[in-house]
Design a protein around this ligand. Structure first.
Ligand SMILES: Nc1ncnc2c1ncn2[C@@H]1O[C@H](COP(=O)(O)OP(=O)(O)OP(=O)(O)O)[C@@H](O)[C@H]1O
Ligand SMILES: [Mg+2]
Length: 517
């Protein structure tokens, strides 16, 4: 007999329907899985057989039949353990060991243990989103993934299953399992490890971070050891507003596919903060592998990528950031396919000005030779620096700043200002025209939008012209200065970009002298 059960596979971030066809016919015993399966699927023969035996049914390895399992479409390479329960059900149906049920409009995903229990798999949210969009009625998922799948379900019924036996009983109408419903209100613990009010002094660096958070601008902090660069970067998370539901789902989907979704948290609501170590490989940062999986830049999508000790990263790894920083996505090409992952993040980088760390310090002397400083700074290429909107000095704190009792602005207070500036930007890009569906912040503006929205007053234009000639700034730098000026003006709720806005933006691009040592 023949049976057909529906399951799904994930390629990159996209979901594809997989039809699991099982044919059980008379003949010499054989048990084969075809349709370009990888080793983990070939091994599912053993898992499925043991699980079926252990729930008291006749295992395909012992049946005196010719069993063929086809995973269609046959030209796509399949991997992972998603299909275990679909294969088991297909076999039980085709060998007439269970009461027939209609597999139409039902999707089955989950891995089986030898005992017949169902284990969680990656990317269930993505599959549920796809099933909801394509009008499926039921999705059967491992019970540990049910909360995650329910986030995407409106009409789709999510059934969380613990074991193969339970699933069969439900399909045979012997037990009732109610669909899992997503909670209406979420109250997850946000990471409030660092607050801006805990950081003394560094008013300029804090201001620059507020601008970066308001308009999604990249920032590089340069300063001596212990000046608070890492501290400031960690506190940055506390001033970022909560993500929209659409972004929460997008971020959760990426983390779910990467296997990084905490079981207790079916929805990620806080912007992701990724801080890979400087020994990270190119594939770890950018994404890759035989079956391409998201790298750190995609995991940081809608959030922050923090690269501490920037010059310690391998140069080719840093150069790999150039395209995604410009495009907001990364395309990974393989011989058989091309996969595009989103990668819109705020880059926060930190470094010392020289190998010893004290170049330019007001009291401590730098012991580096000019050659050492040149080699150190050369690790960061000009094109990469050109893509960083804000470069600031973070000097060592003076004693009086360290011990001052002035009460500082809290992250919550700062966040309100950022939310106001972001609202202005949202209105700008949503209301104007449907041409800009993907732009939500000033940092993402393209030439067309810059020309349209960055009107500067005459005096400011004269200043810009002088600065470009004096500092030999590139066209990209010019555009980036305009974007920062736009954000500074938005923080003041001003439509026209004024002289002082451009002056401040220019400082961020020119205050650190790369060629001075
Ligand atoms: N502005 C500050 N306010 C309060 N504490 C600070 C400040 N700056 C530094 N510190 C203290 O110094 C420690 C080190 O700071 P941090 O790790 O941010 O330095 P850094 O600039 O990243 O140094 P490095 O260049 O060595 O990485 C902090 O854990 C904190 O105790
Ligand atoms: Mg540090």
């Amino acid at each position: 007999m023949l049976s057909k059960i529906y399951s799904a596979a994930i390629f990159g971030l996209e979901t594809t329907l997989i039809e699991v066809e099982v044919d059980v016919s008379n003949g010499l015993h054989s048990f084969s899985i075809i349709g370009l399966p990888d080793i983990s699927i070939k091994e599912s023969k053993q898992r499925v057989s043991a699980a079926i035996k252990n729930i008291g049914a006749k295992s395909p390895l012992r049946a005196n039949k010719k069993i063929t399992i086809n995973l269609a479409p046959a030209d796509i390479k399949k991997y992972g353990s998603y299909y275990d329960i679909a294969i088991a059900l297909g076999y039980l149906l085709a060998s007439q060991q269970i009461i027939p049920f209609s597999p139409e409009k039902k999707i089955f995903v989950g891995e089986l243990t030898l005992e017949g229990l169902v284990k969680p798999v990656r990317g269930v949210l993505a599959i549920a989103m796809w099933a909801e969009k394509n009008g499926y009625e039921y999705i059967f998922v491992p019970s540990k993934n049910a909360a995650e799948a329910a986030m995407a379900a409106k009409h789709l019924k999510v059934i969380g299953i613990k074991s193969l036996k339970e699933l069969i009983s439900f399909l045979e109408n012997k037990i009732n399992l109610s669909p899992y419903k997503a909670p209406k209100n979420f109250s997850y613990a946000f990471n409030k490890e660092m607050d801006f009010s805990q950081i003394n002094g560094q008013a300029r660096a804090k201001r620059a971070l507020v601008i970066a958070a308001s308009g999604n601008h990249n920032i590089l902090m340069i300063g001596p050891p212990g000046s608070g660069k890492t501290l400031l970067a960690k506190a940055f998370l506390s001033i970022l507003p909560i993500m929209s539901m659409e972004k929460c789902l997008e971020v959760t989907k990426i983390h779910s596919i990467s296997g990084l979704l905490p079981p207790s948290q079916p929805l990620i609501m806080q912007c992701p903060f990724r801080s890979p170590h400087h020994t990270a490989s190119s594939a770890a940062l950018i994404g890759g592998g035989t079956h391409p999986i998201p790298g750190e830049i995609t995991l940081a999508h809608c959030g922050i990528l923090f690269l501490d000790e920037l010059p310690e990263f391998k140069r080719d790894v840093l150069e790999g950031l150039r395209q995604p920083l410009e495009e907001g996505e990364i395309c990974i090409s393989r011989v058989q396919n091309r996969i595009t992952f989103p990668a819109k993040f705020i880059l926060i980088a930190a470094m010392n000005p020289c190998p010893c760390g004290y170049f330019g310090d007001s009291s401590k002397e730098c012991v580096c030779r000019p050659g050492d400083i040149i080699r150190y700074r050369k690790k960061i290429s000009g094109p990469l620096l050109d893509r960083i909107d804000i470069i600031i000095n973070v000097p060592r704190l003076l004693f009086k700043e360290m011990n001052s009792n002035i009460s500082l602005e809290t992250s919550e207070e700062i966040k309100q200002k950022i939310i106001a500036a972001r609202k202005i930007q949202e209105q700008r890009f949503i209301n104007v025209d449907k041409r800009y569906p993907t732009i939500s912040a000033n940092g993402e503006m393209r030439i067309k939008e810059i020309n349209e929205f960055c009107q500067v007053e005459q005096q400011a234009e004269i200043l810009l012209k002088k600065a470009i000639n004096k500092y030999s700034l590139s066209a990209r730098s010019y555009h980036r200065i305009l974007k920062i000026s736009r954000t500074i003006a938005d923080l003041e709720d001003t439509e026209i970009i004024k002289f002082n806005h451009v002056a401040e933006a220019l400082q961020y691009k020119t205050e650190f002298s790369w060629n001075e040592y």
